[in-house]
Design a protein around this ligand. Structure first.
Ligand code: 7RM
Length: 660
């Protein structure tokens, strides 16, 4: 049975415990339904109410939703606010400046507490330093930093002065960084000398130097460098400055720049099915509102809770659920620099124990990899730690298979913590379909029901609803405040990628397949319906990897597909035709290693193909189209049952199907 089939046959139901429901923000299905119905009855009133209650406005909005330029929507457009004010100042003004905002644990275990007062001062100092360097409202600043308090400070400092940040994950290559710097038109780059992960120092500044030298980003006048390790770095006088030096003499006060609700808060690049990654543009009010609101609803955050989201700030989850959501509601959160397996695979559980974490949010990949090691080594098993403070668990990024769900539930949650399986995307800004911990009966592997106000549905290729029990295309029928506003610099692509004409031009196309349960209406996500892979919860376009491969002088042609993988969810499999004859044996192995490293250099290590197979050709139709369905079967090692009569060169299948 495939993972999806096993979810669809899943019969176990876990109703919320009385303890989970008591005092929860949404305390039962009746409360959920009441909110969902309120949203349906008075859509704008529902959202306006949340926006007034959850955010602090410098100038109140009078308009709610404007659909006149659909699918380019605006929310709360005439309102003014500042995200950093909402995340920092208002808590300090309310007398909570001494509360911990961030409990930072470094790779080597060193713990640093940062209060709201500290954070506000650090953000203000850097904001002033950026202003002094000429960074102003509307400018874009690229952030290429490790998991660090400085990362959050940098993001908050940008939005404090009305600059829009674009964070690039520290695992991306110089080429990927260069492409993003160019596309976003950055005026400054904030980076670090090195990052520390799993006891190893990895360069960042030298990669940044390479990215800047690659050209096209002459607008970058300032490179600000956070000194993490003290490792040796090259220095460009007049351009480079140490972060600690430039903030030293700055004032700890910086008046926030009030911006319109629609002002771009950040741009975050994500892979699509075609072309280069898209710069997903998010608005200030809508994104902040939903990040804060879902902290309260999905995670039921209350005073005294200690929240820990293990995502990197380079991904959307780290934006909404580290840099913005927890701070917007004045919560205390743990932030971790390192990796789950260093110095041992019990690190997550040890940290939950040490910091008395109450709400833990991670990815299925991490859970699956820790199951393997902890079942083999009792010392690192969650049962060897005191996890009794935990009350809610969450997952994000990819489908979670019922076995991993059950293990997480029993071993980490001791059978007592609801698991919120949150379905959402870079483009949606925050959670869309998820259980509510005090309300929703859980079914392992299902993300259950949409949040109140989110009009998710499953439709066919023409945009018509399909009946429950029948698979289809996941869409959202109405605009919501935290949705992306545009693809940076490419409105056409925004329209064609997310609001395709075939579906009528008004439905938001998520790019996932889904099915709803016949009785409960619960959603189960069936994975991407486009050429986007999900490897360890990271989105990768097959075309991006193919372009990287064919950029290698040895490669004539390449096709990339995904294959289900026990640990990473999906694995990258590349079919490659070389310009020379097809290599075999050790030579094939050696060239495969070379190509794998090449892709690592071109995109980043996460994109390295797990499996590379060489052929004299690729399976093509007589009209020259690569038959990807066949490649997917070959990648899985399945027998080919499809009709291959239209294939130009059927003999190629034996060659490519061969196990390496
Ligand atoms: C938050 C994030 C988005 C894609 C999305 C899905 C997949 C995410 C779940 C999931 C099944 C989930 N943003 N996805 N969450 N699939 N269940 N709970 O991951 O832009 O990087 O990826 O991830 O395919 O379209 S993302």
């Amino acid at each position: 049975m495939s993972a999806i089939e096993s979810v669809l046959h899943e019969k176990r139901v876990f109703p919320p415990s009385a303890k989970a429901s008591a005092g929860a923000a949404i305390s039962g299905m009746d409360a959920y339904k009441a909110l969902a119905e309120q949203a349906e009855r008075d859509y704008e009133g529902f959202w306006a109410g949340l926006a007034r209650d959850t955010l602090s406005w410098h100038k109140p909005f009078t308009k709610v939703l404007d659909e006149s330029k659909a699918p380019f929507y605006t929310w709360f457009e005439d309102g003014e606010l500042n995200a950093s004010y909402n995340c920092l100042d208002r808590h300090v003004e309310a007398g909570r400046g001494a509360d911990n905002a961030i409990i930072f644990e470094a790779d080597d275990g060193t713990v640093t507490n940062v209060t709201y007062q500290d954070l506000l001062e650090r953000v203000s100092r850097l904001a002033n330093a950026l202003k002094k360097r000429g960074v102003k409202k509307g400018d874009r600043v690229v952030i290429y930093l490790p998991m660090s308090v400085e990362g959050v400070v940098a993001m908050q400092a940008c939005v404090r002065i009305g600059a829009t940040h674009s964070v690039v994950f520290g695992g991306f290559s110089s080429k990927s960084l260069n492409e993003r710097l160019v596309d976003v038109g950055a005026v400054a780059l904030i980076t670090a000398d090195e990052q520390m992960r799993g006891g190893k120092a990895l360069p960042l500044k030298s990669i940044a130097d390479e990215a800047l030298a690659a050209g096209g980003c002459e607008k970058v006048k300032d490179v600000i460098v956070y000194q993490r390790t003290g490792g040796k770095v090259a220095w460009t006088e007049g351009r480079d400055a140490w972060l600690h030096e430039i903030v030293e003499n700055e004032s700890a006060q910086c008046e926030p720049e009030w911006v319109g609700a629609e002002h771009p808060l950040f741009i975050l690049y994500t892979s699509g099915s075609t072309g280069k990654p898209k710069g997903v543009q998010h608005s200030t009010a809508g994104t902040l509102l939903w990040a804060a609101q879902t902290m309260k609803w999905t995670f039921d955050m209350k005073p005294g809770d200690i929240f820990w989201c293990t995502a990197d700030i380079g991904w959307i989850t780290g934006h909404s659920y580290i840099a913005y959501g927890p701070l917007a509601i004045g919560a205390t959160q743990v932030m971790f620099e390192g990796v789950p397996t260093y110095p041992h695979a019990g690190r997550f559980w040890e940290m939950i124990d040490r910091h008395k974490v109450t709400i833990f949010y991670t990815a299925p990949t991490a859970i699956r990899s820790l199951i393997k090691v902890s079942e083999a080594d009792a010392k690192v098993h969650p049962k060897s730690y005191d996890l009794s403070t935990l009350r809610i668990l969450g997952t994000v990024g990819e489908p979670i298979n019922p076995e991993a769900w059950m293990w997480y539930h029993e071993n980490v949650g001791r059978g007592q913590c609801p698991i919120v399986d949150t379905w959402w995307q870079t483009e949606t800004g925050g959670h869309m379909i998820t259980p509510l911990p005090g309300a929703t009966p859980l079914v392992p592997g299902s993300c259950t029901l949409p949040l109140p106000g989110i009009m998710a549905a499953v439709v066919d290729e023409t945009g018509q609803d399909v009946p429950n029990g029948q698979g289809g295309i996941l869409v959202v029928k109405r605009p919501w405040p935290s949705m992306l506003r545009n693809v940076w610099g490419d409105p056409k692509r925004y329209q064609t990628s997310y609001f395709p004409e075939e579906l009528g031009g008004k439905l938001y196309l998520a790019g996932d397949g889904a099915v709803r349960d016949k009785e409960s209406g619960y959603f189960t996500i069936m994975g991407r319906i486009d050429d986007v892979l999900n490897v360890s919860g990271h989105r990768l376009g097959t075309m991006e990897i193919e372009s990287a491969l064919v950029a290698n002088p040895m490669v004539a042609e390449a096709a990339v597909v995904g294959r289900p993988d026990d640990t990473t969810g999906e694995a990258v499999v590349a079919f490659v035709v070389l310009k020379r004859s097809r290599p075999e044996g050790d030579e094939a192995k050696q060239i495969a290693t070379e190509l794998r490293n090449w892709v690592g250099k071109e995109i980043g290590p996460i994109a390295k193909p797990k499996d590379i197979r060489f052929g004299e050709n690729l399976p093509k139709t007589r009209s020259g189209k690569i038959m990807r369905r066949l490649l997917r079967s070959l990648a899985k090692g399945e027998e080919i049952t499809q009709d291959v009569s239209t294939l130009e060169n059927p003999a190629i299948l034996d060659q490519l199907g061969e196990a390496r």
